[in-house]
Design a protein around this ligand. Structure first.
Ligand code: ADP
Ligand code: MG
Length: 708
């Protein structure tokens, strides 16, 4: 269908929206009522799926998918690679007469058995048992997606080992949602909300990305293999004019975005907001929020769709956290809240936040959680790419603090002060004392963009996630630590005879004990670093150290305590994250050497030769030749530096390869490989400034950032 030629443009988007999703309305239309009711219950209440209905559901899905042109189905899961995995099976099933029929059984819908041996398992999967299992997550809708001429029915799944250990990002996320539900419902019931049946976390993930013309990427092995530029002198113009942020969209970008939106809408991903970001060539897209596991799937689809659509428009979409040195990197803002089955957002302050006990309890639960488990949140965003971003004066620092905004901070201060008044504070007065505060206008809470964890009106925005990261781990941690806080509060509330007084006393305690984590000032400033150190807030500025904190019992133990990740699963994740760090740095270092030795060095040698020739010619002709002589001297000195740096990097890589201990290897990569790689870049970038541009083998920053 050619969308543009339709006469009924008014209904274009509504018709498009969810067209490729087996969503509620399709289910209702295509399933027998009794089956529909049972499936709905499984989805909404999290009850286990009745296998008897699976066959009926599978057949309905297959018929629907066939109408959409699908030939295959695929379990779609998120192994610990950070991206998604799929293995396609055709619906075909042979008949006796040599023909085939199209079939899809309930069993095939519910369970798959992909070979797990090529996915990272961090030692969880014994080599003799390579099998892994995928299990349908019926809470995330099934969809049809076209890749080229291939159309497939995708079934969102969890992925585990033969012995039931999580081998993916989704299983722990689903577990953490159960824990949060359990503890939050307890707390709410204790507070008198007897109607509440279910509490879920919601997520809206804002996605930043760069678009670079494909022709430049084709000539840059670094962008192709590592997603970031390992070389490149700064462009004469950067982002200093501040004219890019929210700037007008060039036609080509507009067309790309229109296509992107259509694709996403078809898949039921409600892309809503789009704009230019701070750096040239950088953009953002944000969906309407959804249940956290579904929204996590959406984000994966979004990242995938961004890359596919970009190629169709002659761009490459870079999701790396820092594709270009010297301009802003890309993050993923994780907007998170919790709400009840009745649709009540528990972080909605309402007109009188100081009187809104449920809100205050939930707010304090989050503050306490972030204060206690800041290191865990930091570890959830520990990726090599994020090391270039966090604390680099463009993204939040590596210090985890909470921004509450003026009004809420005032309430918090009142709580802390009132409680300190000795002789049993009059808790009511504390709240009355704050009652002159006006309703919280949304924009009052959202001004400070430098905070890593900011209250933004009716949700918290966790801003430390890297752009290329799955939001799964961060939200697994968030759900679990807030559940832990709420559970602790529920314990006290359930025992209490005066629930209102206990609730307030709990808030007072949080306000007193966890004030240190509240910071409304400039998170980018040097003074905050010092102040944070005084307050005893951790500042872990690299991912290796941060990943290793996952082995500390007092922090990461909370995941084990609630059954979100077992000790073994957690240790395996640490191993996978460290391995990922080491592999990433090794690939970068090898790519850097490849480019330096095979592209840059030959260009520099050719250039120096030309200049030397000119110097000789100048001399023979009796010319002064100061310019050429000076250039030769400079190029020669830089070449010498480049040669030495290349040799050092080669040596470092070899040494790294010989290191058997994973932790030492990771530290070596961080301290030596990265340093030596940066030295190669430094001299190469200096050379780029003086070498004849016709000889320079790599497209420049100016071209990559400004051409569209
Ligand atoms: P910003 O000013 O940072 O661009 P917006 O207010 O536009 O923020 O919202 C950003 C994201 O927050 C959107 O994806 C939106 O859907 C999401 N969001 C809004 N409310 C909630 C909520 N209750 N829970 C989770 N995400 C939410
Ligand atoms: Mg935001």
């Amino acid at each position: 269908m050619n969308d543009e030629n339709r006469s009924d443009l008014k209904s274009l988007v509504p018709d498009l929206y969810g067209a490729d999703v087996f969503n509620d309305s399709v289910m209702r239309e295509r399933l027998p009522k009794s089956v529909y009711t049972k499936l709905r219950a499984a989805i909404e209440e999290g009850t286990a799926m009745d296998s008897a209905i699976a066959d009926v559901v599978a057949t309905a899905m297959k018929d629907w998918a066939l109408e959409k042109g699908a030939t295959h189905f695929s379990h779609w899961f998120q192994p610990m690679t950070g991206s998604t995995a799929e293995k396609h099976d055709a619906f075909i099933s042979p008949k006796n007469d040599g023909t085939i029929m199209m079939e899809f059984s309930g069993e095939a819908l519910i369970k798959g058995e992909p070979d797990a041996s090529n996915f990272p398992s961090g030692g969880l999967r014994a080599t003799f048992e390579a099998r892994g299992y995928t299990a349908w997550d019926c809470t995330s809708p099934v969809f049809v997606k076209k890749d080229g001429e291939n159309t497939t029915l995708f079934i969102p799944c969890a992925f585990c080992s033969y012995t039931g250990e999580a081998l993916d990002a989704k299983t722990p996320l689903l577990r953490s949602m159960d824990v949060l539900n359990r503890e939050a419902v307890r707390a709410l019931r204790a507070l008198g909300n007897t109607a509440v049946k279910r509490v879920t976390a919601t997520l809206g993930a804002e996605q930043e990305y760069f678009l670079v013309d494909r022709r430049f990427v084709e000539r840059r092995l670094d962008l192709m293999l590592t997603g970031r530029s390992l070389f490149g002198a700064p462009s004469p113009k950067g982002q200093e004019m501040e004219d890019q942020y929210f700037g007008t969209l060039p036609d080509r970008i507009g067309s790309f975005m229109a296509d992107l939106n259509k694709q996403l809408w078809r898949l039921g991903v409600s892309a809503k907001t789009q704009h230019n970001e701070a750096a040239p060539g950088q953009y953002e897209v944000a969906p309407i929020y959804g249940t956290v596991n579904v929204a996590t799937d959406w984000n994966q689809l979004m990242m995938e769709t961004l890359q596919n659509v970009a190629l169709r428009h002659g761009f490459v979409c870079l999701l790396h956290e820092k594709p270009f040195a010297g301009v802003n990197g890309s993050g993923k803002h994780n907007n998170w809240s919790i709400s009840t089955d009745a649709g009540l957002n528990l972080l909605e302050p309402g007109l009188t936040p100081h009187d809104n006990v449920t809100f205050l309890v939930c707010l304090c639960a989050v503050v306490q959680a972030v204060s206690r488990y800041g290191k865990l949140l930091r570890a959830a965003v520990a990726t090599p790419g994020n090391d270039y971003r966090l604390g680099a004066n463009e993204a939040p620092p590596a210090i985890v603090s909470v921004f509450l905004g003026e009004q809420l901070t005032a309430i918090f201060e009142q709580l802390a002060k009132g409680g300190a008044g000795g002789g049993g504070p009059n808790v009511k007065d504390i709240f009355l004392g704050a009652s002159t505060l006006p309703k919280l206008p949304k924009d009052m809470t959202d001004r400070n963009r430098t905070s890593p964890f900011a209250f933004t009106g009716n949700k918290f925005e966790f801003r430390m996630l890297g752009s290329s990261q799955s939001p799964a781990m961060a939200n697994t941690v968030l759900n679990t630590i807030v559940a832990e806080s709420l559970g602790e509060m529920a314990d006290a509330l359930e025992k209490s005879r005066d629930v209102a007084a206990t609730a307030r006393a709990l808030c007072v305690a949080v306000a007193r004990e966890h004030r240190r984590v509240i910071f409304n000032g400039n998170g980018y400033s040097e003074s905050w670093r010092k102040e944070a150190a005084r307050r005893g807030l951790p500042n872990i500025d690299n991912s290796v150290d941060s990943i290793l904190t996952l082995l500390e019992k007092e922090g990461a133990g909370v995941l084990e305590k609630h059954g979100v990740l077992s000790g073994g699963e957690l240790r395996s994740r640490v191993e996978i994250m460290l391995e990922h760090y080491v592999k990433t740095l090794n690939i970068e270092a090898r790519t850097s050497l490849h480019i330096a030795q095979r592209q840059i060095v030959p260009a520099v040698v050719a250039f120096t030769g030309q200049v030397a020739e000119a110097v000789r010619a100048n001399k023979a002709a009796g010319a002064k030749g100061v310019l050429a002589a000076g250039l030769l001297k400079k190029a020669d000195a830089l070449s010498d530096r480049l040669g030495k740096a290349v040799a050092a990097l080669e040596k470092a890589l070899a040494e790294c390869g010989g290191e058997p201990d994973l932790v030492k290897k990771a530290r070596f990569c961080r301290d030596r490989v990265l340093r030596d790689m940066n030295a190669v870049r430094a001299s190469a970038d200096e050379l780029e400034r003086i070498v004849d541009s016709r000889l320079w083998p790599l497209p420049s920053y100016a071209e990559m950032l400004f051409y569209r």
